[in-house]
Ligand binder design. Structure first.
Ligand code: PLP
Length: 390
C-alpha cells in the first residue's frame, strides 16, 4: 500500500495548495529526482560536462538496469532517448516495410504514431488497417485475430490512450501477435508508472515510454525496449558514432544491443533523473501504484458523473487514472483555464491527438483530469467543487 502522507512529503509540488490532476501530461517529480538532476548539473558546472559524466559513469550505466527491472527485460534491450515519440519512431522507422505490407492498429492510437504510419503509407504504399473496438470500447481482440493475414508486418497498439481512462488488453493482443509471428509495438507512454508493465507478460517486441508522465521523471526523457531477437534485425533510421562504428573509410557497423537506437549526446542530468524516478517507482511498487491510482480514478469518475451538466467519456473494461469529461456549454479549453485560475491543473485532449478514437464518438475536445497516487480524496472534493463552480 502506498504511504500517501510520505509520498506527498517527498514531493515538493504537494507542499502548497496546488491540485495537480495533470499527471498524464507531466507528473510532479519526487524530491530525489529534482535533487539528482540539479546535483549533476551543478557538478557539470563545477568540473566540466564530460568530466562529470566520467565521474557518474557507473550511475549512468545503472539507469539501464533500473529500467530493465521495471519492464522485466535485460539492460541491453533498453535505449534511453529524449521522449516517447522518438523512442517509438526509432523502432517503427527501423522496420522494413514495403508496398502492400499491412499495419494493424487500434482506435486509441496516438496522433504522432498515426502520422508516422501515414508518412510511410504515402511514401511506400503500406496499408493501415484500424481494428474496431469491442462493446466495452477496448480493442476487439477477436477482430484483430481475424484481420491478421500474411501481409501483416506490424501490430501497433497504444496501451492507454491520451484521450481517456481505457486500459487496452495488451497481453491479449500480444498473444495474437505471438501466434501470428508478427512484431508487436506497444506505446506504453501513459501506462508505465501507473501500473505494472511487464514485456514478458504482455508479449510485446518493442515498447516506448516517457519519463515525465506517470513515472514522475524529468521532462525530455523517454526510453525504448526492443526484444533481443528483434534488435539485430532493426537498422535505426538515424545512426551516429554511438549507434554505429566507422570501421573503414567506406564502411560502418551498427553496434550490438539497443544503444543503436540512441545518440551520443544526451543530458546526463536528465538520464540520472530518469533512473532516480524509476528506482523510486519500483521501491514504492507498481502494483501498489495501480491499486491507488485506479481507485482514485474511479472515485473521480463517480463524483464527476454525479454533477449536473457533466458527462464522463472513459471507455473500456479496465480504467486507469485518466478521467475525461465535458461540461455542458463550456469548451474543454475554457474548463482547463477556469480550473487553472483556482490552482487546479488539468489538460485537454482534442481530436487532433486521437482522431480514430474521438471523431467516431462525435467528440472534438475533452477536459482530462489524471490522478496519481500522491493525490488525495480531499483534492477530489476540491476538484469537484471547482468543476461545478461552487
Ligand atoms: C499515448 C501517448 N503516446 C505517445 C505520447 C508522446 O509522448 P512524448 O510527448 O514523450 O513524445 C503521448 C503524449 O502525451 C501519449 O499520450
Amino acid at each position: 500500500m502506498i504511504d500517501v502522507a510520505r509520498a506527498r512529503a517527498e514531493t515538493p509540488g504537494c507542499a502548497g495548495n496546488l491540485v495537480h490532476f495533470n499527471n498524464a501530461g507531466c507528473a510532479l517529480p519526487p524530491r530525489i529526482v529534482l535533487y539528482t538532476v540539479v546535483a549533476h548539473l551543478r557538478r557539470e558546472a563545477e568540473t566540466g560536462g564530460y568530466e562529470a559524466a566520467d565521474e557518474a559513469v557507473d550511475r549512468l550505466q545503472a539507469v539501464y538496469a533500473s529500467i530493465a527491472g521495471l519492464l522485466n527485460c535485460q539492460p541491453d534491450e533498453i535505449a534511453v532517448v529524449e521522449n516517447a515519440t522518438r523512442a517509438w519512431d526509432m523502432a517503427f522507422y527501423a522496420l522494413r516495410l514495403g508496398a502492400g505490407d499491412r499495419i494493424l492498429t487500434g482506435r486509441s492510437e496516438y496522433a504522432s504514431n498515426v502520422i508516422a504510419f501515414l508518412q510511410r503509407a504515402h511514401r511506400s504504399g503500406i496499408a493501415i488497417d484500424v481494428v474496431p473496438d469491442d462493446a466495452a470500447g477496448q480493442i476487439d481482440v477477436a477482430a484483430l485475430a481475424r484481420m491478421v493475414d500474411a501481409r501483416t508486418r506490424l501490430i501497433a497498439l497504444t496501451h492507454v490512450p491520451t484521450s481517456g481512462g481505457l486500459v487496452n488488453p495488451a497481453a491479449s493482443v500480444g498473444a495474437v501477435a505471438r501466434a501470428a509471428g508478427v512484431p508487436f509495438l506497444l506505446d506504453a507512454c501513459q501506462s508505465v508508472g501507473q501500473m505494472p508493465v511487464d514485456v514478458e507478460r504482455i508479449g510485446c517486441d518493442m515498447l516506448a515510454a516517457a519519463g515525465r508522465k506517470f513515472l514522475r521523471g524529468p521532462r525530455g526523457t523517454g526510453f525504448l525496449y526492443v526484444r533481443r531477437a528483434w534488435i539485430e534485425r532493426l537498422e535505426p533510421p538515424f545512426l551516429d558514432l554511438h549507434a554505429a562504428r566507422w570501421t573503414a573509410p567506406d564502411r560502418y557497423e551498427v553496434v550490438p544491443g539497443a544503444h543503436r537506437f540512441e545518440c551520443w549526446e544526451v543530458s546526463g542530468a536528465l538520464k540520472l533523473g530518469l533512473g532516480a524516478a524509476v528506482d523510486y517507482a519500483r521501491a514504492l511498487g507498481l502494483e501498489a501504484a495501480r491499486e491507488r491510482v485506479f481507485a482514485l480514478g474511479a472515485m473521480l469518475r463517480e463524483r464527476l458523473a454525479a454533477l449536473p451538466g457533466i458527462a464522463v467519456h472513459d471507455k473500456g473494461l479496465e480504467k486507469c487514472g485518466i478521467v475525461t469529461f465535458t461540461v455542458a456549454g463550456e469548451e474543454a479549453e475554457a474548463v482547463r483555464r477556469r480550473l487553472r485560475a483556482v490552482g487546479v491543473n488539468v489538460s485537454t485532449s482534442t481530436a487532433a491527438f486521437a482522431r480514430y478514437d474521438l471523431e467516431p464518438r462525435g467528440l472534438s475536445a475533452l477536459a482530462r483530469a489524471s490522478v496519481h497516487y500522491y493525490n488525495t480524496e480531499a483534492e477530489i472534493d476540491r476538484f469537484s467543487a471547482a468543476v461545478s463552480g461552487s
